[in-house]
Design a protein around this ligand. Structure first.
Ligand code: APR
Length: 250
């Protein structure tokens, strides 16, 4: 692993611009379960039945009962971890510019990251499905489900549900950054959900070095990733930050 950490550190040193694509895996060490694999949320809850916009339009109260109440509870308790903090340190060393995250937990911002594209939205706010008014989730009472807007309309969390498209500004900016970066860190994603999973492919085709961090191989490993650091994000990013710090001093 140490050789690969050195290679990754060198790639980050020489890169004029680096972005990171992150997934649920970077928040596992904050106590938020991933979606897939052992202990994954979708092993217990069918995402097409409860995380699809059609399900929310059909029966929002049920989606709250089965999925969102549990999620909001776990997200409310979660604190950023060494993985998130490692990316903040790379940013402060000028070795990382932007994070494109699939996570809806806000932990990158909580750790101090400045430029975060929330590709799948956020649980931090909710919008009315009738008047469109947005409200901070902390101000929404969950005593009555589904929660309601002052206009009487049903509120929905500002997350991208299955069956919905990625907000165009986020999609365009993420694809532009992927096509112009010299290096991309891909941290804690199974790389199975499009269009996020295609961003490393865009970057690779544009000549970027792809550095993957995950305890398990993914469809990117050996196909798209140039360097694969097999391990948990917290530990690997601590080691990578140290290696970058040393290499910048040389
Ligand atoms: N550090 C790094 N990676 C980890 C860790 C860890 N400590 N623990 C698990 N992982 C890896 C797993 O091996 C897996 O490859 O994180 C990945 C999590 O994959 P998913 O659960 O599929 O999460 P993600 O890729 O973010 O899912 C994409 O799917 O369900 C939708 O909208 C949801 O944003 C989500 C999208």
């Amino acid at each position: 692993m140490n050789m690969q950490i050195q290679q990754a550190a060198m790639a980050l040193k020489v890169a004029r611009s680096t972005i990171a694509l992150t997934g649920a895996g970077i928040s596992v060490e904050s106590g938020i379960p991933p979606f897939r694999g052992r202990g994954g949320l979708w092993e217990k809850i069918d995402p097409m039945k409860y995380a699809h916009i059609d399900a929310y339009e059909r029966n929002p109260a049920e989606v709250w009962e089965v999925l969102f109440l549990g999620l909001i509870d776990v997200l409310g308790k979660a604190k950023s971890n060494d993985g998130h903090r490692g990316l903040v340190r790379l940013e402060s060393m000028g070795r990382l510019q932007t994070i494109v995250t699939q996570n809806i937990d806000g932990l990158h911002q909580q750790a101090g990251s400045k430029d975060v594209i929330e590709f799948h939205g956020t649980f931090a706010s909710m919008s009315c499905m009738t008047c469109g008014q947005a409200t901070d989730s902390h101000q929404v009472s969950l005593e009555v489900l589904p929660p309601r807007c002052a206009c009487g309309g049903v509120l929905r969390p500002d997350v991208v549900m299955f069956g919905e498209i990625i907000p165009l500004d986020h999609l365009q900016r993420a694809q532009m950054l992927a096509s112009t970066c010299d290096a991309m860190l891909v941290v804690g994603t199974s790389a199975t959900v499009e269009p996020a999973a295609y961003l490393p492919v865009i970057a690779k085709r544009s000549g970027a070095t792809i550095i993957e961090i995950n305890p398990e191989p993914t469809p990117l490993t050996d196909r798209i990733s140039d360097i694969t650091l097999l391990g948990e994000a917290g530990r690997v990013l601590r080691a990578l930050v140290d290696a970058v710090k040393h290499i910048l001093r040389d």
